[in-house]
Design a protein around this ligand. Structure first.
Ligand code: GSH
Length: 223
């Protein structure tokens, strides 16, 4: 039986969505973030040394990192569903987006989260203006332009087909859902990205996505 070690308000929500799309039975083991640090509890390190979510176990196997988990589940339980055939242009696009989501799209979104927190973190009053100035500069000179660059690129790519790898939903769409949800939560999808907004509306309306939300509990991304 697949067990998803699920941290609240986190990337592991998309693993639950994938399992619902595939119709695979699974168990959810929940972990709660520390409300002050937002880190996962130490108990998650008993499953994998990094203590990050998602991580799954399936019998003797333990698999960490969203991309490998998504690929494993689609290959092991998909019977050809949600993965384009090898050697096709759709498969190449599938592989691209599967890696792009965590490798390229997430880093500037994570930086934004960190520097937003630097701006609002409690600290001695005489340090505050300096910390705010550094964070503001990092955001305006690098982080925000990078987020815009990526979102504009994704918007233009989604103009070529409804889904990331072509005309059918694939596991790459599941993998790409998290950076787009994180961008929406962090204010990056303001005007100018109608295709991204439509993508999110389309996935959120899917019955499998709704069932995954029921299994995972509240899903409110950090901002
Ligand atoms: N690239 C990894 C990122 C894993 C990751 O950082 N997960 C976050 C949740 S969204 C986490 O576990 N944060 C809590 C912590 O670092 O303690 C993946 O896609 O699995």
């Amino acid at each position: 039986m697949v067990v998803v070690h699920h941290l609240n308000n986190s990337r592991s929500q998309r693993i639950l969505w994938l399992l619902e799309e595939l119709g695979v039975e699974y168990e959810v083991k929940r972990y709660e973030r520390d409300p002050a640090t937002m880190l996962a509890p130490p108990s998650l390190r008993a499953v994998h040394p990094l203590g990050k979510s998602p991580v799954i176990t399936d019998g003797e196997l333990t698999i960490a990192e969203s991309g490998p988990i998504v690929e494993y589940l689609a290959e092991r339980y998909g019977n050809g569903r949600l993965v384009p055939p090898a050697g096709t242009p759709e498969r190449r696009r599938y592989t691209y987006w599967m890696h792009y989501a965590e490798g390229s799209a997430m880093p500037p979104l994570l930086l934004k989260l960190v520097f937003d927190r630097v701006e609002t973190a409690p600290m001695p009053f005489f340090i505050k203006p300096v910390a705010r100035a550094i964070a503001g500069r990092a955001k305006s000179s690098f982080i925000e332009p990078q987020i815009r660059l990526h979102l504009d690129f994704i918007e233009s790519e989604l103009g070529k087909s409804n889904w990331f790898a072509g005309n059918d939903l694939t596991a790459a769409d599941v993998q790409m859902s998290f950076p787009l949800e994180a961008a929406a939560a962090r204010g990056g999808l303001a005007a100018g990205h109608p295709k991204l907004t439509a993508f999110l509306e389309r996935i959120h309306a899917r019955p499998a996505y709704q069932r995954a939300l029921e299994r995972g509990g509240p899903y409110e991304l950090l901002r």
